[in-house]
Design a protein around this ligand. Structure first.
Ligand SMILES: [Zn+2]
Length: 284
Protein backbone atom coordinates (compact mmCIF):
# COMPACT_ATOMS: atom_id res chain seq x y z
CA UNK A 1 0.00 0.00 0.00
CA UNK A 2 2.79 2.36 1.05
CA UNK A 3 4.72 1.41 -2.09
CA UNK A 4 1.68 2.21 -4.17
CA UNK A 5 1.37 5.61 -2.47
CA UNK A 6 5.04 6.46 -3.18
CA UNK A 7 4.63 5.31 -6.79
CA UNK A 8 1.53 7.52 -7.07
CA UNK A 9 3.49 10.55 -5.83
CA UNK A 10 6.32 9.91 -8.28
CA UNK A 11 3.80 9.55 -11.10
CA UNK A 12 2.19 12.87 -10.17
CA UNK A 13 5.60 14.59 -9.99
CA UNK A 14 6.45 13.25 -13.45
CA UNK A 15 3.15 14.44 -14.84
CA UNK A 16 3.71 17.91 -13.33
CA UNK A 17 7.11 18.10 -15.02
CA UNK A 18 5.57 17.12 -18.34
CA UNK A 19 3.02 19.90 -17.93
CA UNK A 20 5.63 22.56 -17.13
CA UNK A 21 4.92 25.80 -18.98
CA UNK A 22 7.84 26.33 -21.36
CA UNK A 23 9.27 29.80 -21.87
CA UNK A 24 10.42 29.53 -25.48
CA UNK A 25 7.77 30.54 -28.01
CA UNK A 26 8.68 27.60 -30.27
CA UNK A 27 8.37 25.07 -27.44
CA UNK A 28 4.90 26.17 -26.29
CA UNK A 29 1.76 24.49 -27.57
CA UNK A 30 -1.15 26.54 -28.89
CA UNK A 31 -3.25 25.17 -25.99
CA UNK A 32 -0.77 26.70 -23.52
CA UNK A 33 -0.76 30.11 -25.23
CA UNK A 34 -3.42 31.76 -22.98
CA UNK A 35 -1.61 30.42 -19.88
CA UNK A 36 1.74 31.76 -21.18
CA UNK A 37 0.21 35.20 -21.86
CA UNK A 38 -1.28 35.33 -18.36
CA UNK A 39 1.81 34.10 -16.51
CA UNK A 40 4.13 36.39 -18.45
CA UNK A 41 1.91 39.43 -17.88
CA UNK A 42 1.82 39.63 -21.71
CA UNK A 43 5.61 40.05 -21.71
CA UNK A 44 7.86 38.62 -24.42
CA UNK A 45 11.65 38.76 -24.45
CA UNK A 46 13.30 39.31 -27.83
CA UNK A 47 16.96 38.25 -27.47
CA UNK A 48 19.00 39.73 -30.33
CA UNK A 49 22.36 38.30 -31.28
CA UNK A 50 24.40 38.27 -34.48
CA UNK A 51 26.52 35.91 -36.58
CA UNK A 52 30.07 37.28 -36.86
CA UNK A 53 33.67 36.24 -36.27
CA UNK A 54 34.68 36.33 -32.60
CA UNK A 55 38.47 36.21 -32.77
CA UNK A 56 39.97 32.86 -33.76
CA UNK A 57 38.64 31.00 -30.72
CA UNK A 58 35.00 31.63 -29.73
CA UNK A 59 31.95 30.75 -31.85
CA UNK A 60 30.40 32.86 -34.63
CA UNK A 61 27.13 32.93 -32.68
CA UNK A 62 28.67 34.01 -29.34
CA UNK A 63 26.36 37.02 -28.95
CA UNK A 64 23.27 34.97 -29.70
CA UNK A 65 24.39 32.16 -27.38
CA UNK A 66 24.84 34.62 -24.50
CA UNK A 67 21.47 36.39 -24.81
CA UNK A 68 19.69 33.09 -25.37
CA UNK A 69 21.22 31.71 -22.16
CA UNK A 70 20.38 34.88 -20.18
CA UNK A 71 16.76 34.60 -21.29
CA UNK A 72 16.56 30.85 -20.62
CA UNK A 73 18.05 31.16 -17.14
CA UNK A 74 16.23 34.36 -16.10
CA UNK A 75 12.79 33.07 -17.13
CA UNK A 76 13.22 30.06 -14.83
CA UNK A 77 13.07 32.61 -11.98
CA UNK A 78 10.67 35.16 -13.50
CA UNK A 79 8.45 33.80 -16.24
CA UNK A 80 8.20 35.49 -19.63
CA UNK A 81 7.86 34.09 -23.12
CA UNK A 82 11.13 34.07 -25.09
CA UNK A 83 11.18 34.66 -28.85
CA UNK A 84 13.35 32.05 -30.66
CA UNK A 85 16.80 32.66 -32.16
CA UNK A 86 17.07 36.12 -33.73
CA UNK A 87 20.36 37.07 -35.37
CA UNK A 88 19.34 39.80 -37.84
CA UNK A 89 21.25 42.94 -36.85
CA UNK A 90 23.84 45.47 -37.97
CA UNK A 91 27.11 43.72 -38.86
CA UNK A 92 28.46 45.28 -42.05
CA UNK A 93 31.91 45.76 -40.49
CA UNK A 94 32.62 41.99 -40.37
CA UNK A 95 31.87 41.02 -43.98
CA UNK A 96 35.56 40.49 -44.76
CA UNK A 97 35.65 37.64 -42.22
CA UNK A 98 34.15 34.10 -42.41
CA UNK A 99 30.67 33.49 -41.03
CA UNK A 100 29.31 37.06 -41.04
CA UNK A 101 25.59 37.16 -41.87
CA UNK A 102 24.94 40.77 -42.89
CA UNK A 103 21.52 41.44 -44.36
CA UNK A 104 20.71 44.63 -46.31
CA UNK A 105 19.92 47.57 -44.00
CA UNK A 106 16.23 47.76 -44.94
CA UNK A 107 15.73 44.02 -44.41
CA UNK A 108 17.24 44.37 -40.91
CA UNK A 109 14.87 47.25 -40.12
CA UNK A 110 11.77 45.65 -41.64
CA UNK A 111 12.53 42.35 -39.91
CA UNK A 112 12.76 44.02 -36.49
CA UNK A 113 9.59 46.04 -37.04
CA UNK A 114 7.62 43.09 -38.43
CA UNK A 115 8.86 40.82 -35.64
CA UNK A 116 7.69 43.25 -32.94
CA UNK A 117 4.35 43.74 -34.71
CA UNK A 118 3.87 39.97 -34.90
CA UNK A 119 4.79 39.52 -31.24
CA UNK A 120 2.21 42.23 -30.47
CA UNK A 121 -0.44 40.61 -32.69
CA UNK A 122 0.00 37.40 -30.70
CA UNK A 123 -1.18 39.11 -27.53
CA UNK A 124 1.96 40.59 -25.98
CA UNK A 125 1.81 44.18 -24.68
CA UNK A 126 5.43 44.35 -23.51
CA UNK A 127 8.48 43.39 -25.58
CA UNK A 128 11.83 43.33 -23.79
CA UNK A 129 14.82 43.44 -26.12
CA UNK A 130 18.04 41.98 -24.72
CA UNK A 131 21.04 42.50 -26.96
CA UNK A 132 24.38 40.70 -27.12
CA UNK A 133 26.01 42.50 -30.05
CA UNK A 134 28.11 45.69 -29.77
CA UNK A 135 27.11 46.86 -33.27
CA UNK A 136 23.38 46.95 -32.41
CA UNK A 137 22.60 49.48 -29.63
CA UNK A 138 22.32 52.55 -31.89
CA UNK A 139 19.95 50.63 -34.17
CA UNK A 140 17.86 49.39 -31.22
CA UNK A 141 17.59 52.79 -29.53
CA UNK A 142 16.58 54.48 -32.79
CA UNK A 143 14.08 51.69 -33.44
CA UNK A 144 12.55 52.08 -29.98
CA UNK A 145 12.40 55.89 -30.22
CA UNK A 146 10.60 55.65 -33.58
CA UNK A 147 7.87 53.51 -32.02
CA UNK A 148 6.30 56.90 -31.25
CA UNK A 149 5.82 57.46 -34.98
CA UNK A 150 2.41 55.81 -34.94
CA UNK A 151 0.05 54.30 -32.38
CA UNK A 152 0.81 50.76 -31.31
CA UNK A 153 -0.81 48.89 -28.46
CA UNK A 154 2.47 47.42 -27.20
CA UNK A 155 5.61 48.97 -25.74
CA UNK A 156 9.23 48.03 -26.44
CA UNK A 157 11.70 48.03 -23.52
CA UNK A 158 15.50 47.77 -23.86
CA UNK A 159 17.36 45.87 -21.11
CA UNK A 160 20.68 47.62 -20.47
CA UNK A 161 22.68 45.87 -17.73
CA UNK A 162 25.01 47.94 -15.58
CA UNK A 163 27.73 47.28 -13.02
CA UNK A 164 27.26 48.22 -9.36
CA UNK A 165 30.34 48.83 -7.17
CA UNK A 166 30.29 45.41 -5.45
CA UNK A 167 30.20 43.65 -8.82
CA UNK A 168 32.97 45.84 -10.28
CA UNK A 169 35.16 45.11 -7.22
CA UNK A 170 34.67 41.35 -7.65
CA UNK A 171 35.32 41.59 -11.39
CA UNK A 172 38.55 43.55 -10.85
CA UNK A 173 39.85 40.75 -8.60
CA UNK A 174 39.36 38.16 -11.36
CA UNK A 175 40.22 40.31 -14.39
CA UNK A 176 43.79 40.09 -15.71
CA UNK A 177 44.08 41.90 -19.05
CA UNK A 178 43.82 45.68 -19.70
CA UNK A 179 40.13 46.45 -19.04
CA UNK A 180 40.16 49.48 -21.37
CA UNK A 181 40.95 47.33 -24.43
CA UNK A 182 38.94 44.24 -23.42
CA UNK A 183 35.99 44.01 -25.76
CA UNK A 184 35.04 41.75 -28.66
CA UNK A 185 36.07 38.10 -27.94
CA UNK A 186 38.45 39.41 -25.28
CA UNK A 187 38.90 38.20 -21.72
CA UNK A 188 35.37 38.99 -20.51
CA UNK A 189 33.48 37.63 -23.50
CA UNK A 190 35.67 34.52 -23.75
CA UNK A 191 35.14 33.95 -20.00
CA UNK A 192 31.41 34.25 -20.55
CA UNK A 193 31.48 31.57 -23.26
CA UNK A 194 33.77 29.37 -21.13
CA UNK A 195 31.07 29.45 -18.46
CA UNK A 196 28.04 29.03 -20.74
CA UNK A 197 29.37 26.77 -23.53
CA UNK A 198 32.91 25.52 -22.80
CA UNK A 199 32.45 22.86 -25.50
CA UNK A 200 32.49 25.60 -28.17
CA UNK A 201 35.61 27.50 -27.03
CA UNK A 202 39.06 26.76 -28.50
CA UNK A 203 41.42 28.26 -25.93
CA UNK A 204 44.45 26.84 -27.83
CA UNK A 205 43.84 29.29 -30.69
CA UNK A 206 43.08 32.41 -28.57
CA UNK A 207 46.59 33.79 -29.18
CA UNK A 208 46.80 32.87 -32.89
CA UNK A 209 45.78 36.41 -33.85
CA UNK A 210 46.26 39.81 -32.31
CA UNK A 211 43.35 41.45 -30.50
CA UNK A 212 45.30 44.69 -30.05
CA UNK A 213 43.96 48.04 -31.21
CA UNK A 214 45.92 48.76 -34.40
CA UNK A 215 45.05 52.50 -34.35
CA UNK A 216 45.19 52.92 -38.13
CA UNK A 217 42.89 55.93 -38.18
CA UNK A 218 42.74 58.81 -35.73
CA UNK A 219 40.75 61.96 -36.56
CA UNK A 220 39.86 63.79 -33.32
CA UNK A 221 36.16 64.15 -32.45
CA UNK A 222 35.04 62.43 -35.65
CA UNK A 223 32.98 59.26 -36.12
CA UNK A 224 33.30 57.19 -39.32
CA UNK A 225 31.86 53.86 -40.47
CA UNK A 226 35.33 52.35 -40.95
CA UNK A 227 36.54 53.07 -37.37
CA UNK A 228 36.10 49.51 -36.10
CA UNK A 229 37.82 47.93 -39.13
CA UNK A 230 40.62 50.48 -38.78
CA UNK A 231 41.20 49.50 -35.13
CA UNK A 232 40.39 45.78 -35.16
CA UNK A 233 40.72 44.22 -38.66
CA UNK A 234 40.98 40.73 -37.07
CA UNK A 235 37.54 41.22 -35.53
CA UNK A 236 39.12 40.57 -32.16
CA UNK A 237 39.54 43.15 -29.38
CA UNK A 238 41.35 42.17 -26.20
CA UNK A 239 43.07 39.04 -24.96
CA UNK A 240 40.86 35.95 -24.84
CA UNK A 241 43.73 33.77 -23.62
CA UNK A 242 43.35 35.30 -20.13
CA UNK A 243 39.75 34.11 -19.79
CA UNK A 244 38.51 31.91 -16.94
CA UNK A 245 35.27 30.13 -16.23
CA UNK A 246 35.06 31.83 -12.79
CA UNK A 247 35.06 35.28 -14.39
CA UNK A 248 32.39 34.11 -16.83
CA UNK A 249 30.25 32.84 -13.96
CA UNK A 250 30.45 36.19 -12.17
CA UNK A 251 29.60 38.19 -15.30
CA UNK A 252 26.68 35.98 -16.27
CA UNK A 253 25.16 35.58 -12.82
CA UNK A 254 25.30 39.36 -12.37
CA UNK A 255 23.63 40.01 -15.73
CA UNK A 256 21.00 37.30 -15.26
CA UNK A 257 20.20 38.70 -11.77
CA UNK A 258 19.66 42.14 -13.28
CA UNK A 259 17.51 40.66 -16.03
CA UNK A 260 15.30 38.90 -13.45
CA UNK A 261 14.83 42.24 -11.65
CA UNK A 262 14.14 44.02 -14.94
CA UNK A 263 11.51 41.43 -15.90
CA UNK A 264 9.77 41.83 -12.54
CA UNK A 265 9.76 45.62 -13.00
CA UNK A 266 8.49 45.47 -16.60
CA UNK A 267 5.73 43.00 -15.68
CA UNK A 268 4.62 45.27 -12.83
CA UNK A 269 4.83 48.44 -14.96
CA UNK A 270 1.50 50.00 -15.87
CA UNK A 271 2.76 53.51 -16.59
CA UNK A 272 4.59 53.03 -19.90
CA UNK A 273 1.52 51.81 -21.80
CA UNK A 274 -0.72 54.34 -20.05
CA UNK A 275 1.60 57.26 -20.95
CA UNK A 276 2.02 55.93 -24.48
CA UNK A 277 -1.78 55.94 -24.88
CA UNK A 278 -2.08 59.42 -23.37
CA UNK A 279 0.61 60.65 -25.80
CA UNK A 280 -1.11 59.24 -28.90
CA UNK A 281 -4.48 60.60 -27.76
CA UNK A 282 -2.89 64.06 -27.83
CA UNK A 283 -1.15 63.67 -31.20
CA UNK A 284 -3.33 65.14 -33.94
ZN1 LIG B 1 30.23 39.16 -29.04
Amino acid sequence: MRKLFVFGLLFLAGAARAQELHARWDELTASDWPKALARSGQTCILPIGILEKHGPHVPIGSDLIQVREWAARATKKEYAVVFPDYFYGQINEAKHQPGAFALPERVVWDMLEATCDEIGRNGFKKIVIINGHGGNPQLIRYFIQTRLEKRRDYAVYFFEPSGDSAYVRQLNVLHKSDASTDAHAGERETSSLLYLRPDLVQMDSASNESGANQRRLDIPNIYTAIWWYADYPNHYAGDGAKATKAEGQLINEHTIGQLVDALKAVKADTKTLQLQKEYFDRVK
